[in-house]
Design a binder for this molecule. Structure first.
Ligand code: SME
Length: 168
């Protein structure tokens, strides 16, 4: 991270969702500037999202290791470490290589419970060209917390992350 640019973890809960994501992306660009390490950038990404987007109880990453997803940097309660491709919301997003937005996790067949408080979930795949690197997972205790605006915002944020890590 560029040490002269330390984005404040602003409380954006009073902003409209689109403005929350615009603010998040602005802060994220500062956090990622000058750093290419994926683990370091993913850790700061998770911390920024968790402390700025309202209504989350978990935010973090699973990375593809062989044919399964393995827990990466996150904020929230300890979580399951390994998820098979195609299993749960994370494994489904990874296998299909598309974002999965779940309004009620109780209605999602095969949902993997890490925190019983979670009621809705958004998972965005990390794709480097066509290559799957892992997934971003957001959980909320609020039913139907995530919308298409959140999905588009987090897809844009993930692109910023991957671009920063490719920069040489
Ligand atoms: N609920 C996820 C598992 C990961 S935790 O929520 C952090 C799933 O069904 O894939």
């Amino acid at each position: 991270m560029n040490s002269s640019v330390v984005p404040l973890a602003a409380d954006s809960s009073s902003l409209a969702p689109a403005a929350q994501h615009a603010e998040l992306q602005r802060a994220l660009a500062g956090l990622l500037a000058g750093e290419t390490d994926l683990i370091a950038n993913a850790a700061n990404f998770a911390a920024l999202v968790y402390t700025t987007l309202p209504g989350l109880n978990w935010a973090g990453f699973y990375f593809l290791r062989g044919n399964e997803l393995v827990l990466g940097p996150f904020q929230g309660r300890p979580a399951c470490v390994r998820i098979a491709m195609g299993r749960g919301v994370c494994g489904t997003a990874a296998a299909r290589r598309v974002s999965v937005l779940v309004a009620d996790v109780h209605e999602f067949p095969g949902h993997i419970v890490c925190d019983t408080a979670s009621r809705s979930e958004l998972v965005v795949p990390l794709l480097d060209g066509g290559r799957l690197i892992g997934v971003l997972d957001l959980d909320s205790p609020v039913p139907a917390r995530f919308t298409a605006v959140d999905q588009a915002g987090m897809e844009a944020a993930v692109r910023l992350l991957l671009e920063a890590c490719q920069a040489r």
